[in-house]
Structure formats: structure tokens, C-alpha cells
Design a protein around this ligand. Structure first.
Ligand code: ATP
Length: 901
């Protein structure tokens, strides 16, 4: 069919001819037929960008300054025929590369599986019913529905278009949205002029449309041009880059120091070159934190997976870091703080207030007045409510196994259910022959939806539903119980809106009329003052219980929560109260915001927690205002117009279920379940990842610095090295990729969500961290030297003294892991000692490796070690324990001092 479409020039044909050519009709394909076509045409997707080959990926592990220095050292030692050293250096480099390669693969897989979770969906008609399918399953001939915010899933020939505007930058480079209609254009029109077509990959900026798929996958226009998905995002964040730069400077620093020491040893110490050089190599190897970059990447990958497990899908890796420092979360109300499972609870007419029973979307339930069931026959206005609710509606209700589901907007689903309750289940007999001929889709800017129908007598009817203020403006009259119209009693309606909203109900107004111009089109400007108000509809949308808990968590974590909603001020305030937001006395509306200049807004935004009747443009102003107060802002959004605010926010968060593609693409994070609780969970994970990166660094740096210090001291003191270069390499090999890695998998610390947020500009190497690095380095060097001198003093051979020094180093590293696991609290709890499975696996492996290198004859000859007697072994463990006690006491004192201050 692809070739046929090529010749077909669907943009130039009338819709009917295209349907015929594609062998389909307006009610869509059958499921079986779609399946058959999918086999013929293949999935509707572009091939992924080619992955880097495993060889290239493996080799790229060596592309790192730290590794270059190590490789150069290996070359020199080889040249000097110190084969063991060469072998061990190469083993370190190789071991690191293998671990880096495997973990990077895992990280890439994690990112890829997230891509799958974000796969776009499309609304299609199959078997005459609207359903949602994976965009990859679309086939030529499918009838697809699009609305503002959608990414067009395939090339479509439009059958219907209402106020449709599409941004085609992806295809034509033209960034101004272009108008689309169903009218055929000339056969030789260029892509940018084919206004009867929607092209795959372009973005619907406004309006709604319906079209037939004429090309999928590689046959689409975008497929012909690029033929590829965007490349996989690189696994890098500002923090990783900051560390990369740090590593480079560190390497340079180490090289300079090494050169100076070499000169000093030769000129001042008159040491033999051979021995001196090996010492300097040992120093370089000791000081270089070669495992750090890999472990940091792994920490991030573990974070991405942990967040995905909590329904927060990271689209851009740096978001992980930003999330940890978020100090204010601006959230939508509907669906995020509430369940977005709506039920109509009340109807307000000119003289009556009705209560509506029923649960979920089932079109069953009584309508009551004064606590007694009413017969809709006796209350004509109820049929009018039903008609407006049913006609001014794009949702479809499905029932499967007795459970009712909504396809489309939940609020419209609730209105469909209401219509069913009034008309007695089935479709309204009164509107049976009616056809919709035009519509003004809902838009957050005008806040209502209008439809134009023609009935079986060829009479035209307008129905409108929307926010009461917006609809009241369109009405001059109101419907009375006897079916007549009277002049609109605006104060009565405004008062009733407040009454319903104060109970937390979402209020809609519905109205009816004849088209002012009598024509076949609805024109927005013609509507004001022409309609008759039927009444108000109050809907309940209960708060999510988990959001209440999450809001409390955020407050504890020093994060402010602000609700920014399009809903009415009183409804917003009532829901805010139920959710547990502080500061519910003050509500600012979009109109209030419009009256403020930027400086006033900046103060008001910080002080207010509820913003009602806002439009997406207000969100953008609010983000900017809050940022100007030095806050790190997370902002949620779902509509196409929310994209600028999401981009501007420090962490833009889109809704995975009800969010538009445009919002998802602008966001850093997508919530798989639209739930506020997932934002709080993501912040917690963000903080954990940042902590873990810090832990990895504060574990690695003192180890390297301590080792380096030992060598420098020995050199200056003219002493034999307490630990030889190969032994240092061994220690780095076995510990960096076990103990260091264990920290990447650390769970959140107990008080993670009881701390205030980190400042956005807080440096990674804080004063505390630098102090800890210094302290631990000194303790390491002192202990290693101490035990070495003690052993020599006891008359032990130097090999044994070195073996003991090396083991002391490793034992202290193990204790240091337990210390660092709790940088914000005490390490002296049973839980801290019990550790995690990962930590113990690492500790046990390292211990086993140390036993091997100490006691196995073959290893002894390789590394120049000797068996350590039992009591000395115990002494070494004792030194580790003393070290742990010292650093822990120092930390406790520091924390206590700070808390008091
Ligand atoms: P939030 O911003 O928290 O998600 P919201 O869903 O109420 O809140 P909007 O979608 O901007 O925000 O809706 C604003 C108002 O417009 C609603 O309170 C309602 O009165 C009206 N409205 C919403 N959806 C529709 C619709 N499909 N048809 C008609 N009116 C609507």
C-alpha cells in the first residue's frame, strides 16, 4: 500500500476517495483487519539509532586521563622488566574496564526500558469504537483522533479538523503553527502547503482532528527524511562532568607532585632510579581514583531504576540531581492531588437543587430532591441537563464484566454517566437522530466547550458546558421549571457556585441555545449573551489518600507545596484543606496575578500556596517569580500550553496518563501514575542519589589520599615503603570495585526526608566533606605507618610488616564504608551494623580476597606477602574498630555542635 500512497497523493483527493483507496471507512478498521495489516506493513516506528558496538563501548572505557597515566606506568614498568607490577597495573585497568562496561550496559538498558515506558499512544477507532493503542500498532487505514498536545503518530489525511493548528518544525523547520483543514489541496503542493495532511512527528498545537492513516513507519515523510529515532542520551550530568574536570586536575596535580618527588629523590636523596621510579609509580597509582567515574555513573543508573520503580520516569538524567535540591513543588490539582475519578453529586437548577446517587462511571443511580427520588419525567429541566451533558461530550463509557470505564476525559465520563442516570441507562431517545456539525473544543484559555448539532427536523442547537463564570457570560436567560426562559439571575447562580465549591465540588455550568447566526459553524465571538442557562453541575473528585501523606512528607523535608489549578478558588481551597496544605486562607486567582507586576508577584508567589483559575501562562510567571526568590522549583503540567512552564522550571514534571506528548517532551520527569506521591518519592530518590554520589566520593578520596600520604612520608623520611606499589594496586583493584560500588546501591538514609533541601549552588566538595577527607587520610596514614613500624620493631621481616600494613589499610576501608553509610545520622544502630545485602557481599568478597593474598603461597610470591599470625590479625581488626570509634565520635560531636548552634 506504501507505493500506492506514493502515487495516491492523498492531499489532493477528497476524503471519501482516500478512505476508499485505503480500503477503510469512517468507523475505522476491525481488530482482525488491523492485525493483518500490521503483519503486512510492520510496526509504525522508525528504527532506533544504531547502538555503539560492544567493542567500541569496551574501548571507550580506556578513554580517560586517569587510565592513560596507569597505562603509561604499565609501559614503563614493563620496560624496566618489573613484570608483576606491569601485570597488576594492567589487571587493575582491565578489571575497571570490564566493570565499567558491564555497568554502563546496565545503565543504558535502564534508560532504554524507560523509553519503552514512555512509548506514545494514539486514539483510534477500531470496530467503530474509540480506543487507545500503542502508536507502534497503527496501520494504514486506521482512523486516528488527535487533539492539542498530541504528537501526530503517523501520516494522516484529515477527514475532520476543528481549529486545528500544527507545529511542523520537526519536518519543515517552520516553527509557527500552520492551520489545517480537511479540504483537498493541489496535487503538486509542497509538504509545507499540504494543509489537508498531518505528518508523523509533528505537534498538534491547538484544536482537534480526525484523519485516516495513509503511511506508517519508514513510509512516512519523517521516515523518508531522517529514518531514525533520536540517539540515546548520554549518561552524564553536571555532577559527573564536575567530577570529570576534578579528576583531570587531580591527575595533573599528581603528575606534577610525582615529578617533583622524582627529582627530589634523585638529587637530594641520591636514591637508585629503579627503586625510586617504582615508588613514584606506586604513588601515582595510589593517588588516582580510577574507579570513581564508573562508580558515579552506576550510582546514577541505580537512581534512574529506583525512580522508575516509584513511577517517576527520568527523561533527562540531570533531573535526578535537581530533584534532590527541590525546595518548592507547584502541582496541579486534578488527578495529581485528587484521583480524577469524578462523579456528579449535585445539580442546581433555577428553583431546585438535586442530589445525584451512584458510584464510578456506571450510568445507574437515582436523582433526588428533598431526600426523595424524583421521576425525570416530572422535572423537564433534568432532560435538558442530560442532553447537554451527553451532547457536549467527547468521552465514551465502556462496560466490561460489570465495571464501567471511561475512554477520554474523566469529567466528561461522569457527565455521560449522569446523562445515563437521567434517561434510564440507554442513550437519550430524544437526541437519537442528532448529528454534531461543529464544535469549539475545550481550552484552558476560554474554559468552556461548545457543540453545534442538527436534529432530525434539521433544526440547529448549541450546547455549552464549562467554568461557571465563562458560561454565565454567554447567557442572557435561564431555564425555569415550566420550560420557559426568564432573565438570568446572576447573583443566585454565583452564590450557588460558592456553596458547591466550598464543599470541594468542581462546578460546571451547562447552557443551551440556537446558533446566533443560524449557520453551520460555531463562532466564539457570536456566543456571548445568546444562551439560556440550564443550571450547575457539581462533581466530586476525592483527594488521593497517598497525596495527603506525601504532602506531609514534603513539609517535613522543608519543601513547600503550592497548588496551581484551573479550578474555582473555593473548590481549590476546600481541596487544599482536605489534602493538608498549609496556608489555605489566602488564594490568588489568575486575575489577581494579572494585576501584579513582577516584583509584587515575586513576593506574593512565595507567600501564597493556592492559585486558582490560572491559565498556563500564569504558571510560567509563577515559576519565574519563585526562582527569583532563590527557590528550586518543580512544576507539574499536562497540557500543550504547559510546555514553556515545564521547560522553565528547574524540574519539569509531566503527567504520564493524562499528559499531552508536548508536555512530556518538555519535562525532565514523567509520572507514570500522575500521582503527587510519586513526586515526593522522586525527590527522596533524588536526595538519595546525591547522597550516594557524595558517599562514593568521600569513601574513595581518603583511601587514595591516605595511600599517597604514606608513600610521600616514607620517601621524605628515607624509610622503606610500608606498602609496595603492587600491593597498593591490589588494594585499589579489590576494594574500589567492591566497597566503592556497594555505596552506589545504598538505600535512603532514615532522615532523608526530614532534612531541609540542599542549596542549588551547594558545591559537591563541602567544607564538611573536605574535612572528613583530610581527617580520614591522616588516620589512614598514621595507622598504616604505626603498624608497619610496630611490626619492624617486633623484629618481623619487612614482608610481614608490609602485609600487616596492607591488611590494616583494607580493614580500615571496610570500617570506613560502615561509617560513611550514615553521614547524616549515627552509625551505631543495629540497622546500621546489619547493613544491606550488597554491603555484606562486598565485605565478604574483600575479606576473602585479603585472606587469599595473605595466606595463599602462590599469591604470596606474586605480591611479596607473608602469613600474618592470629594475634596480629586481631590487632589489625582492633585498629579498624578504633578508627571507626574515632571518626564516629568526631561526627557525633560535630552534628551535636551544629544542632545546638
Ligand atoms: P488542574 O489545573 O488542577 O488540573 P483543572 O483540571 O480544573 O485543574 P483546567 O483543565 O484548566 O484545570 O480546567 C479549568 C476549568 O475549566 C475547570 O474547573 C472546569 O470548570 C472547566 N473545564 C475543564 N475541562 C472542561 C471540559 N472538558 N469542558 C468544559 N469545561 C471544562
Amino acid at each position: 500500500m506504501t507505493d500506492r500512497t506514493e502515487d495516491l497523493k492523498p492531499h489532493a483527493l477528497p476524503p471519501q476517495d482516500v478512505l476508499h483507496a485505503m480500503d477503510t471507512n469512517v468507523s475505522g478498521l476491525g481488530t482482525e483487519e488491523a492485525k493483518r495489516r500490521l503483519e503486512v506493513h510492520g510496526a509504525n516506528r522508525l528504527p532506533a539509532a544504531p547502538k555503539r558496538s560492544p567493542v567500541v563501548r569496551f574501548l571507550s572505557q580506556f578513554h580517560n586521563v586517569l587510565i592513560y597515566v596507569l597505562l603509561a606506568s604499565a609501559a614503563v614498568t614493563g620496560f624496566m622488566q618489573h613484570w608483576i607490577d606491569t601485570g597488576v597495573i594492567l589487571a587493575v585497568v582491565f578489571g575497571n574496564a570490564v566493570v565499567g562496561y558491564l555497568q554502563e550496559g546496565r545503565a543504558e538498558d535502564a534508560m532504554n526500558s524507560i523509553r519503552v515506558m514512555l512509548a506514545p499512544h494514539a486514539a483510534v477507532l477500531r470496530d467503530g469504537r474509540r480506543t487507545s493503542v500503542d502508536a507502534a500498532d497503527l496501520v494504514p487505514g486506521d482512523i486516528v483522533l488527535v487533539e492539542a498536545g498530541d504528537r501526530v503518530p503517523a501520516d494522516l489525511r484529515l477527514l475532520e479538523a476543528r481549529s486545528l493548528k500544527v507545529e511542523e518544525a520537526a519536518l519543515t523547520g517552520e516553527s509557527v503553527p500552520v492551520d489545517k483543514t480537511q479540504d483537498a489541496v493541489s496535487a503538486d503542493a509542497v509538504l509545507g502547503d499540504r494543509s489537508s495532511m498531518l505528518f508523523s512527528g509533528t505537534l498538534v498545537a491547538a484544536g482537534t482532528g480526525k484523519g485516516v492513516v495513509v503511511a506508517t513507519g519508514m513510509a512516512t515523510e519523517i521516515g523518508k527524511i531522517s529514518g531514525m529515532l533520536e540517539a540515546v542520551e548520554s549518561l552524564s550530568t553536571p555532577l559527573v562532568r564536575q567530577m570529570d574536570v576534578f579528576a583531570r586536575w587531580l591527575t595533573l596535580f599528581i603528575l606534577i607532585i610525582s615529578g617533583m618527588l622524582l627529582a627530589y629523590g634523585l638529587v637530594v636523596g641520591h636514591l637508585p632510579f629503579d627503586e625510586l621510579f617504582m615508588t613514584i609509580v606506586g604513588l601515582a597509582v595510589a593517588a588516582i581514583p580510577e574507579g570513581l567515574p564508573a562508580v558515579m555513573t552506576i550510582t546514577l543508573a541505580v537512581g534512574v531504576q529506583a525512580m522508575a520503580g516509584r513511577n517517576a520516569i527520568v527523561r533527562r538524567l540531570p533531573a535526578i540531581e535537581t530533584l534532590g535540591s527541590v525546595s518548592v513543588i507547584c502541582t496541579d490539582k486534578t488527578g495529581t492531588l485528587t484521583r480524577n475519578e469524578m462523579v456528579v453529586a449535585s445539580l442546581v437548577a433555577a428553583r431546585h437543587v438535586y442530589a445525584v446517587d451512584g458510584e464510578g462511571y456506571a450510568p445507574e443511580g437515582a436523582v433526588r430532591w428533598n431526600d426523595a427520588d424524583v421521576d425525570p419525567q416530572d422535572h423537564a429541566v433534568l432532560s435538558e441537563f442530560a442532553r447537554a451533558a451527553g451532547l457536549c461530550n467527547d468521552a465514551v463509557l465502556h462496560s466490561a464484566n460489570g465495571a464501567w470505564r471511561v475512554e477520554g476525559d474523566p469529567m466528561e465520563g461522569a457527565l455521560m454517566a449522569l446523562a445515563g442516570k437521567i434517561t434510564g441507562g440507554g442513550s437519550d431517545p430524544f437526541t437519537a437522530g442528532w448529528r454534531r456539525i461543529d464544535a469549539i473544543p475545550f481550552d484552558a484559555a476560554h474554559r468552556y466547550m461548545a457543540v453545534l448539532h442538527v436534529d432530525d427536523e434539521n433544526k440547529r442547537h448549541v450546547h455549552v458546558k464549562g467554568a461557571p463564570e465563562a458560561v454565565l457570560e454567554l447567557c442572557a436567560t435561564q431555564r425555569m421549571p415550566d420550560g420557559s426562559s426568564a432573565q438570568l439571575d446572576a447573583p443566585y447562580w454565583e452564590n450557588m457556585v460558592e456553596v458547591l465549591a466550598a464543599e470541594g465540588q468542581r462546578v460546571l455550568a451547562v447552557a443551551v441555545g440556537a446558533p446566533p447566526s443560524g449557520g453551520a459553524h460555531l463562532v466564539q465571538a457570536d456566543l456571548p449573551g445568546t444562551l439560556t442557562l440550564i443550571g450547575l453541575v457539581g462533581l466530586i473528585d476525592p483527594p488521593r489518600p497517598e497525596a495527603i501523606v506525601a504532602v506531609a512528607d514534603c513539609y517535613q523535608a522543608g519543601i513547600r507545596v503550592k497548588m496551581i489549578t484551573g479550578d474555582h478558588a473555593a473548590t481549590a481551597r476546600a481541596i487544599a484543606g482536605m489534602i493538608g496544605l498549609k496556608n489555605t486562607d489566602r488564594v490568588l486567582t489568575g486575575a489577581d496575578l494579572d494585576r501584579m507586576d513582577d516584583a509584587t508577584l515575586s513576593l506574593a508567589a512565595a507567600e501564597t500556596d493556592i492559585f486558582a483559575r490560572t491559565s498556563p501562562a500564569h504558571k510560567l510567571r509563577l515559576v519565574t517569580a519563585l526562582q527569583s526568590q532563590g527557590l528550586t522549583v518543580a512544576m507539574t503540567g499536562d497540557g500543550v500550553n504547559d510546555a514553556p512552564a515545564l521547560k522553565r522550571a528547574d524540574a519539569g514534571i509531566a503527567m504520564g496518563v493524562k499528559g499531552s506528548e508536548a508536555a512530556k517532551e518538555a519535562a525532565e520527569l514523567v509520572l507514570a501514575d500522575d500521582n503527587f506521591a510519586s513526586i515526593a518519592a522522586a525527590v527522596r530518590e533524588g536526595r538519595t542519589v546525591y547522597d550516594n554520589i557524595k558517599k562514593v566520593i568521600s569513601w574513595t578520596l581518603p583511601t587514595n589520599a591516605g595511600e599517597a600520604a604514606t608513600i610521600i612520608i616514607a620517601l621524605f623520611a628515607g624509610l622503606a615503603l610500608p606498602v609496595t606499589a603492587v600491593q597498593i594496586l591490589w588494594v585499589n583493584l579489590v576494594t574500589a570495585i567492591t566497597l566503592g560500588l556497594a555505596l552506589a546501591f545504598e538505600p535512603s538514609e532514615e532522615g532523608t526526608m526530614r532534612r531541609p533541601p540542599r542549596r542549588r549552588d551547594e558545591p559537591l566538595l563541602t567544607a564538611d566533606l573536605i574535612w572528613n577527607v583530610l581527617l580520614v587520610s591522616v588516620l589512614f596514614a598514621a595507622a598504616v605507618f604505626g603498624i608497619f613500624l610496630y611490626a619492624l620493631d617486633k623484629g618481623y621481616p619487612i614482608e610481614l610488616a608490609r602485609t600487616m600494613a596492607m591488611n590494616t589499610l583494607v580493614v580500615m576501608e571496610i570500617f570506613n564504608v560502615f561509617f560513611i553509610r550514615n553521614i547524616y545520622g549515627t552509625s551505631l544502630t543495629w540497622q546500621a551494623v546489619r547493613g544491606t545485602k550488597v554491603v555484606w557481599i562486598c565485605v565478604i568478597s574483600v575479606t576473602a580476597a585479603q585472606f587469599a593474598v595473605t595466606y595463599l603461597p602462590f599469591m604470596q610470591s606474586l605480591f611479596g606477602t607473608q602469613s600474618v599470625p592470629l594475634q596480629d590479625g586481631l590487632l589489625i581488626v582492633g585498629i579498624g574498630a578504633v578508627f571507626f570509634a574515632l571518626v564516629e565520635i568526631e561526627k557525633q560531636m560535630r552534628l551535636a555542635f551544629r544542632n545546638r548552634g
